[in-house]
Structure formats: C-alpha cells, structure tokens
Ligand binder design. Structure first.
Ligand code: ADP
Ligand code: MG
Length: 356
C-alpha cells in the first residue's frame, strides 16, 4: 500500500540545478496560513529555496522570526557577499585576526571537530580549490595540475586559528580562504529549530534547500515522513524516513556539477587531491539530532567513501547514515533501519542494513 507522502520538497528542492536556483531567486517571498493552526513560509536564502512550516498558536509570528534569523546568519556566512564575516576573515588572510560573532565562532569550532573526526575529509579551507573549479561564482572551469598543486598548499586547516577568548579568526597564509557551504545550512537549521522551540512551537518541518529538520510530530500525531531522493533520477526517491526531532541531510555529486569534454565534475572536493571526490558513492544522507554535524558529515563521508565512512559511524553514536553507491546499493545503518521504508527496487537498487 502506498501512503500519501509528505515530501516537503526534499526531492524538489535538492533537484534544482544552479541555473534553476538563480531563476528561483526571483521567487516572491510568501507567508501565510496553511492548514488550520499552521503557517508556512517560502524564501530564497543561502543560494537555495527554503520552505518552513509550523503548527501551533504562534506559528505565523514564529516563522517570520525564523526567516529573519536565516537572513541574519546568511549575512555572516556568505562567501560572496562583500560584508560577511567570512569575507572579512578571507580578506584578512596573511594579515590580521578578524573579530567574529558567537555564531561564526561556534560554526568554525564545529567545522574543526568534524575535520578531526573525518581525518581532514571535511575542510573549510578548501575554498581556494572550490573557487578554482568555478563553484563559488558558478563560472565553471577545470583547473590544470600546476594550479591545483599550488592551491592545495593553501588548504591547511592548521593555519586557521580561532581564538575562543578573543573571539577572532585568523588565516595565517595569504591566499587562504574559508568556505562554509558544506555546513552553514545545517547550523542554520539548528538555530531555527532552537528559535521555534523557544517560541513554543512543538510541530514543524524545515527544508533548507533539501536539508530537512523535523520538530516534534505532525498534527495527526504521526512522525514526519521525509523522502530520500534517487541520486540517479531527481524525480524519484529511494525510500522514506520516518523521523521526529531530527535532521535529515543529503550530499551528493548530482546536486551541483558541470560537464567538460564529456566528463562530469561536481562540487564536493577531496582535500587530498583537489579533485571532485570519486569514492564510489552517489549520495550520503545523515540522520542526527545535530544538524550542523549532519551537514558537515554528509559532505565529508561522501568524500571518504563507504568503507572509511562506515568506520566513523561504528565509532560514533550520534548519527545514522543512508549510503547510495554507484553499484546501485542502498545501505542503511542499523539505528535507522526500522524507520526507513526502502522503495528503490523499481529503479534497480538493492537494499541492505549495515550492522554495528
Ligand atoms: P549542498 O550545500 O549543495 O547541499 P554540501 O553540504 O555537501 O552540499 O556542501 C557542498 C559545499 O561544501 C561545496 O559547494 C563547497 O562550498 C563546500 N565543500 C566542498 N568540498 C568540501 C570539503 N571537502 N570540505 C568542506 N567543504 C567542502
Ligand atoms: Mg554538507
């Protein structure tokens, strides 16, 4: 029996190509009442479409505050806006430490933890390489070997100093830069979740460009149902997760890429090689109560590949994973196996559970 799905744009939103995203920038802001007792808002921020829905007495006001919070954080973390804290840190590279807000500090420290956990696969100092491939400004280009070799000398997590007492960040080498694209939406979803809960919202679903965060239960008392996209066909999904008070965050090479001379180059870069990661995975979905960590890990476990990623999962106890491999396998870690409904057979996927 096929239940009616509440997809919440996980499929639709991650499916937007970059050009479609740019077109959607024109999208009008929309806020209004949804079903009885509920409200929804759609906005464009952090280079993507965001959909927020909340239920309860203060739903409409709370979502208006959530929207403001998203724009406030975007102003801190944007790599392309001239006045963001990230831009100031990047402009200060090799020159001087830059004073940072509590939010930027927390995000930089989380990035540092994930860098350590993933043995460097998550590295926000990857920025000069991401830029060279043209993903920062969407002017795509395949860099040559010499260019990459030089840029990789600037990818150096140990040369980013965050001073917790002075609240400053300093990139020690000129030319270095940070890019928070792999983690900022997850952090934002955590802050918005906190804000909504503080305002008494007990039921809500957020989609920040396909990064889903669920608060509480649906109005009918059931868990939120989140569809996980088929990385080979954005119109389809490989299964549905039933979640409450968790974030579900997916990364994959299919989300942002370009083609050159018949070859596909995507936006998730292996800091060891400077090239788009090719480790046999099509997508990685992380399920966790910590959205910041889920976002950082979805990007970096994709870089590491199935085997190393599974080792990290085995030694951690605060997240679960759905892997889709280029061998058409859907592999789900045992902690979420009972919440996952596999529906990928018709697209030729097989299904298995990874045991601890
Ligand atoms: P999306 O933001 O498209 O949902 P991700 O969360 O996987 O997807 O983030 C990808 C972005 O992260 C890239 O566009 C780039 O800005 C940045 N990035 C790419 N490779 C790395 C890496 N190895 N470590 C940290 N950030 C990365
Ligand atoms: Mg990420």
């Amino acid at each position: 029996m096929k239940k009616k799905l509440v997809l919440f744009c996980m499929i639709a939103i991650t499916a937007f190509s970059v050009t479609a995203c740019a077109e959607q920038a024109k999208l009008a802001r929309e806020i209004g009442k949804d079903a009885k007792n509920g409200a929804k808002v759609q906005l464009f921020a952090m280079d993507t479409i965001m959909d927020l829905q909340a239920y309860g007495e203060n739903a409409e006001e709370s979502l208006a505050d959530a929207e403001k919070e998203i724009h406030r954080l975007e102003k801190l973390f944007s790599i392309t806006s001239p006045n963001s804290e990230v831009t100031k840190i990047n402009e200060g590279a090799g020159k001087e430490p830059i004073e940072i807000s509590e939010d930027t500090k927390k995000l930089l420290l989380s990035a540092e933890d994930i860098n350590e956990l993933t043995d460097g696969a998550f590295d926000i100092t990857i920025a000069p390489v991401v830029k060279a491939w043209g993903f920062t400004e969407e002017i795509h280009h395949v860099p040559n070997k010499e260019e990459l070799e030089h840029l990789l000398t600037l990818v150096d997590r140990n040369s980013l100093e965050v001073d917790k007492e002075k609240n400053t960040a300093f990139l020690k080498k000129e030319g270095m830069a940070v890019d928070l694209g792999g983690i900022a939406k997850g952090y934002t979803s955590d802050r918005v979740t906190e804000l909504l809960k503080d305002q008494g919202i007990t039921s809500a679903i957020l989609s920040l460009g396909g990064n889903i965060s669920a608060i509480g239960l649906r109005e009918n008392g059931e868990k939120w149902r989140v569809a996980v996209q088929d990385p080979r066909n954005k119109e389809e999904y490989i299964g549905v997760l039933n979640v409450t008070d968790q974030s579900v965050i997916t990364s994959g090479g299919y989300q942002r890429f370009f083609e050159d001379n018949g070859k596909i180059y995507h936006h998730i870069i292996d800091p060891k090689t400077g090239f788009p990661a090719e480790e046999g995975l099509l997508s990685v979905t992380i399920v966790s109560t910590n959205g910041t960590k889920a976002d950082g890990l979805s990007t970096s476990l994709f870089v590491m590949g199935l085997e190393k990623a599974t080792e990290i999962w085995r030694t951690s106890h605060d997240f679960e994973v759905i892997f889709v491999t280029d061998q058409n396998k859907v592999l789900v870690t045992e902690g979420i196996a009972s919440s996952f409904e596999f529906e990928g057979e018709k697209q030729g996927y097989t299904y298995d559970v990874i045991e601890r």
